[in-house]
Design a protein around this ligand. Structure first.
Ligand code: C5P
Length: 319
């Protein structure tokens, strides 16, 4: 039940795709050194987040489907512990982004909590503090604190902004296959030779070309071996007129980029005619950095300070 001191916001947690993903080598800490371009897309989860100050902390994550040890709940606990606050956190999750799909759904939910909870709870948090908390939750959580188009280095947590990509129509296929990231890295690790320099050179070439072409994802050979139907999806997207098609992250989703929305619509209706419920198609678009931030500012409007230059948004409840 709403009380007078409850503060609440409805949040949009955008998904991402990787416009190329090169895995260079296994590092001493067990993670892999990578080069990738992250891009937020219009597919998104909705989170209703509420905070009520109190002496004790309780964190409740509701919504479908139930995910044990949800990353969003862990993010809330980290924020309150780090900044010494207590109270009741309720998170209601309306999931649209499938998990195990390489779309960063869980990571984006966690980042949404990192961005919004401090604003609701009257905490002053810097982007560095949030990024550190984010990286401890997962390698691609920090990206969702910025959104737009970004170059990801290291294990994906070291980020640099890239110019906004032209808004390209995108058909995203989300097979019901759950692809495990840790398993994909294990499979790939066994095949990594001394090809890091060649990969960096090719990645650089793609990044300098205006449309990041060709898009290469090093996970494709190993994940396609486990799930040959994903290779077939990529092939079909190309035959339906996609100018580029690639898997996102460690799978299982596969996207196709089109030159125009009419090309995309034609491909989508062809896909839907032979659709299988196990691989639905979503017409989505890129979400630019400025768009990402304006959606966030609007969502937090009544609780944040009015300075639009500030990122992350700062709380007007902070003393
Ligand atoms: O960081 P995150 O929890 O998302 O990673 C899941 C798993 O994927 C890690 O436990 C690790 O095995 C693997 N990983 C990796 N190199 C990366 C990112 C993830 O080996 N750059």
């Amino acid at each position: 039940m709403a009380t007078s001191i409850e503060r609440a916001a409805r949040l949009t947690a955008f998904a991402k795709i990787n416009l190329g993903l090169r895995v260079l080598r296994r590092r001493e800490d067990g993670y892999h050194e990578l080069r990738t371009v992250f891009q937020t897309i219009s597919l998104a989860d909705r989170l209703d987040l509420a905070f009520t100050p109190g002496r004790t902390t309780s964190i409740e994550v509701l919504g479908t489907p139930h995910i044990p040890d949800n990353l969003a709940g862990r993010a809330a606990r980290l924020v309150l512990e780090k900044f010494g606050k207590s109270g009741r956190v309720q998170i209601n999750l309306d999931k649209k982004t499938p998990t195990g799909a390489g779309l960063g759904g869980g990571s984006s939910d966690a980042a949404a909590v990192l961005l919004a909870l401090p604003v609701l709870a009257g905490i002053r948090a810097s982007i560095d503090q949030l990024a550190e908390l984010g990286a401890s939750l997962g390698s691609d959580v920090p990206f969702f604190l910025y959104g737009g188009t970004a170059l990801g280095l290291g294990r994906g947590e070291e980020l640099y902004p890239l110019p906004d990509q032209p808004a390209r129509p995108l058909l995203l296929i989300t097979p019901t296959i759950h692809s495990s990231t840790a398993e994909a890295y294990r499979d790939l690790s066994a095949t990594l030779a001394n090809s890091g320099d060649t990969k960096v050179a090719a990645f650089q070439r793609a990044a300098w070309s205006r449309n990041l072409s060709p898009i290469v994802n090093d996970f494709e050979p190993v994940v396609f071996r486990r799930h040959p139907e994903l290779a077939a999806i990529r092939k079909r997207l190309l035959s339906l007129g996609a100018v580029e098609s690639a898997m996102s992250g460690s799978g299982s989703s596969v996207f196709g980029l089109f030159d125009s929305t009419s090309d995309l619509r034609k491909a989508q209706s062809a896909w839907d005619r032979r659709a299988t419920p196990a691989a639905p198609a979503h017409a989505v678009s890129f979400v630019s950095g400025p768009k990402f931030r304006s959606v966030w500012r609007r969502a937090l409007n009544e609780h944040r300070s009015n300075d639009d230059q500030l990122w992350p948004p700062q709380s007007r409840h902070a003393r």
